[in-house]
Design a protein around this ligand. Structure first.
Ligand code: ATP
Ligand code: MG
Length: 402
């Protein structure tokens, strides 16, 4: 049985009034990008639906990719046939046969958009239903909670039959909610923060602070791979790699040990914020969770946040580590995050970081160095990569190591 197209239903965006067209256009664009390896697909939009014409393309892989695209409520494999009762009955039967398992239940829900059609909905339901019952075994009718709901939409030009709804990812189309800069470390938390922001329609650019030779190329590859996982939800993502060694060394030299963590984070925020401005993004995003580590107390957040008035989104703020890990596993970032390469913070982590740093103290410590100049230099030397889903791994042999 060949389904010839996929019918996509929108989620929350149907309630968004005036912005609706913008949302739908963005969703279409994201879907096309996620499916760009299938150039023979064609797309057709109506007010509240999107049809993807498969044009003989196999549907399995397309279905898996669509399940991840934010802004889709549900979607179904569909088949189109002539609006003649003989054709409709045959097609509905074929569609059910290709899907059902022994002891499944079904019902038929017909809709007659073409009022000229000679049969009304009751007659349609009855005729199609009995045709299916007669020609199948171990399949019964259940009108309340069927396993298979055969939806038949009779229109003048053609009839559409769908049997099974796949659940979409929900959320809002990536990019419909503006752009933000995600600080991505290589740990477990920040990729999850990125995923949750994408879910609410935020487009991401990613910044990573890299401190060679203290951190290795493999640590960088980890961040590339994490970013690549995030492209499944809305397409390509820019990754800005910031040379951070000089600043970290300066902090080690100048700032008392228990304040180095606070200073490091402040410099990261300053740099990320300058990049944000350059890239015309609206906010920063981190993977912080309240109380998880010394730098994530409210007092620390006050001291770190002091360097900017830009909103910093912290999607994980109230989550427990176990909840974060569960999501990380679901989105396939967990196993990448636990690869053993250190990021710049792990290496410079002081033994006793201050859990209640004071803004005036940290700014005084920093005042002995021209950090502004170092920040500007770092921003000017950023290396920007565009990460796509088909990004190749420079360390091809990597998978074999773990
Ligand atoms: P993660 O699991 O995301 O590394 P964490 O629990 O290790 O988080 P911290 O090390 O305190 O927490 O980092 C807090 C946040 O600061 C991270 O979630 C991330 O957003 C940002 N961050 C830390 N290190 C880096 C880095 N090297 N590059 C970019 N962002 C970073
Ligand atoms: Mg970390």
């Amino acid at each position: 049985m060949e389904f010839d197209h996929i019918l996509i239903r929108f989620g929350e965006i149907s309630t968004k009034g005036r912005n609706r067209k913008k949302f739908v256009d963005r969703l279409k664009k994201n879907i096309k990008e996620v499916l760009n390896q299938f150039p023979s697909l064609t797309y057709e939009g109506t007010r509240d639906r999107l049809y993807i014409h498969l044009n003989n393309e196999q549907h399995e892989e397309i279905v898996e990719k669509l399940k991840l695209v934010f802004g889709i409520q549900s979607f179904s494999l569909a088949i189109k046939c002539k609006s003649e009762i003989i054709d409709i009955k045959e097609m509905a039967l074929k569609a059910v046969k290709s899907l059902y398992k022994s002891n499944d239940t079904f019902k038929v829900t017909a809709k007659r958009a073409d009022k000229q059609f000679p049969l009304d909905t009751n007659e349609l339901n009855y005729q199609i239903g009995s045709h299916i019952l007669i020609h199948t075994e171990n399949l019964t009718v259940d009108v309340k909670k069927p396993d298979i709901n055969v939806r038949v939409e009779v229109r003048a030009e053609a009839t559409y039959i769908t049997c099974y709804d796949f659940k979409g990812a929900g959320g809002l189309p990536v990019g419909s909610g503006g752009k933000a800069i995600l600080l991505l470390s290589g740990g477990i938390d920040s990729p999850v923060a990125g995923f949750l922001s994408l879910k609410r329609g935020v487009e991401l650019e990613v910044v990573h602070f890299f401190s060679p030779p203290y951190t290795s190329e493999r640590a960088k590859q980890k961040v590339i791979d994490l970013t690549k996982e995030l492209t499944a939800y809305g397409g390509k993502i820019k990754l800005h790699i910031v040379p951070f060694t000089k600043i970290q060394e300066k902090i080690q030299e100048q700032v008392p040990e228990n304040y180095t963590m606070t200073s490091t984070r402040r410099m990261m925020v300053k740099i990320a914020d300058q990049l944000r401005q350059k890239q015309q993004a609206l906010a920063l995003i981190t993977g912080e969770s309240l109380g998880q580590v010394a730098s994530q107390t409210l007092e620390s957040m006050v001291a770190i946040n002091d360097v900017t008035s830009t909103p910093i989104l912290r999607p994980l703020i109230t989550m427990d580590k176990t909840e974060i890990i569960d999501i990380a596993k679901e989105i396939h970032t967990h196993d990448i995050s636990i690869r053993p390469y250190e990021d710049c913070c792990t290496i410079f982590t002081p033994a006793n970081p201050k859990t209640k740093p004071k803004v005036d103290k940290v700014s005084r410590f920093e005042s002995f160095v021209d950090f502004e100049e170092l920040v500007t230099e770092a921003v000017n030397n950023v290396n920007t990569l565009t990460i796509t889903e088909n990004q190749k791994d420079e360390f091809g042999e990597f998978e074999d190591l773990f």
